[in-house]
Design a protein around this ligand. Structure first.
Ligand code: SF4
Ligand code: SF4
Length: 355
């Protein structure tokens, strides 16, 4: 996280906003990957993603812009379902988000072509999920096979994201082969590696047992020294070694608002939904933010301590804002779900130059 982004995120927290928004842009996906948390029974606390009323066309564009207006994020992650199912809407939406200075990330399986015009949109990153080497990936992610991915990402700078499962640890050198292969592709700007993150009590052969998890982290720390595109700084790997104990202690969960495809329902406690097992969390985004939070500033203050104190202030500001909204006949009505009103005009004026 760059210094300027840090300051912007901090101010958003102080104002009671969430600097990061994650939206399940659609309930649809042509794939059915094993271990997909989005389609898990407990992802939305009982309701299934495929049953949610989702949006299309201008309704979807307007709905996302409305959420952005309410929550004022500096970073928006568009996930699914499969976001490319809504490529037409995204082609309208993405330039509008970029114009607002928002960094947008699209997480896709590249099951269909990535529109060529996206490559010129500033502050956009396209993250392609790849589940290991071709035989395993093609078996898991059919019809988003290696052949299709390579065709669909042509000319488009991408981030490769791989979630490491136990199966990938059974053959020595597997991870190295994966990183070498994708490092050699000119379109690949960076590679992220997450670790499979189960729900509490989940039994799955994808889970990394503790010893194997440690060995994988050790191996990743060697690989990141050899492959420049592999973005796994030491602090992030340390966060994998010692994940947050609970969602309350997870910086990512605290500063990210995850919303499902109806554009209203919140996914709690984090993007995984359900009851995630934080002790086995291997989410690269969570570990990355945790690494930032653990960073100690020159005065000996932990960045996380600043975020925590600020989020207490932010909650107070938010409550005041809600109270004002009830009293003032001039304030827009509170929208349903967790949507909120904008900050008081004066606060916006004072802090506007930072935002
Ligand atoms: S592509 Fe993503 S959303 Fe679709 S089934 Fe696979 S993991 Fe789930
Ligand atoms: S992102 Fe990971 S550590 Fe954070 S709440 Fe979710 S499972 Fe727990």
């Amino acid at each position: 996280m760059k210094k300027r982004e840090f300051v912007r995120a901090w101010i958003r927290i102080l104002l009671g906003f969430t600097p990061s928004l994650s939206i399940e842009i659609t309930r649809e996906c042509p794939l059915s990957c094993p271990g997909c948390y989005a389609y898990g029974d407990n992802h939305l606390g009982g309701q299934l993603l495929r049953q949610v009323r989702d949006h299309k066309g201008q309704d979807l564009v307007d709905g996302v812009l409305r959420l952005v207006k309410i929550h004022r994020p500096i970073h928006v992650s568009l996930v699914g379902g499969e976001p490319l199912v809504r490529f037409r809407e995204l082609s309208i939406l993405l330039p509008l988000l970029a114009k607002q200075g928002i960094h947008t990330q699209i997480v896709t399986s590249a099951v269909s072509p990535i529109p060529k015009e996206w490559r010129d949109i500033p502050r956009l990153s396209v993250v392609v999920s790849i589940d290991g080497l071709q035989p395993e990936h093609d078996a898991h992610r059919k019809p988003a096979t290696y052949d299709r991915i390579l065709k669909h990402i042509e000319g488009q700078p991408i981030t490769v994201h791989c979630t490491i499962t136990r199966q990938m640890t059974e053959r020595e050198g597997y991870l190295r082969e994966f990183v070498r292969l994708w490092s050699s592709k000119s379109q690949v700007v960076r590679i992220w590696m997450s670790l499979f993150s189960p729900q509490i009590g989940e039994k799955s052969d994808m889970i990394l047992p503790p010893m194997i998890r440690q060995a994988v982290i050790d191996e990743l720390s060697v690989l990141q020294g050899e492959f420049v595109k592999l973005e796994l700084p030491k602090a992030l790997l340390d966060a994998y070694r010692k994940p947050p104990k609970s969602p309350d202690q997870c910086t990512f969960a605290r500063i990210t608002r995850s919303i499902t495809a109806d554009l209203q329902t919140r996914i709690l406690p984090c993007q995984f939904g359900g009851t995630p097992d934080c002790s086995q969390c291997g989410c690269a985004a969570s570990a990355g933010l945790d690494a930032v939070a653990r960073h100690v500033l020159p005065l000996g203050i932990r960045v996380g301590a600043i975020f925590e104190a600020s989020s207490r202030v932010g909650r107070f500001v938010d409550l005041s804002r809600r109270a004002c909204a009830h009293r003032s006949p001039y304030t827009a009505p509170v929208v349903t779900g967790d949507a909120r009103n904008p900050p008081p005009r004066r606060a916006r004026h004072i802090l506007g130059s930072f935002m």
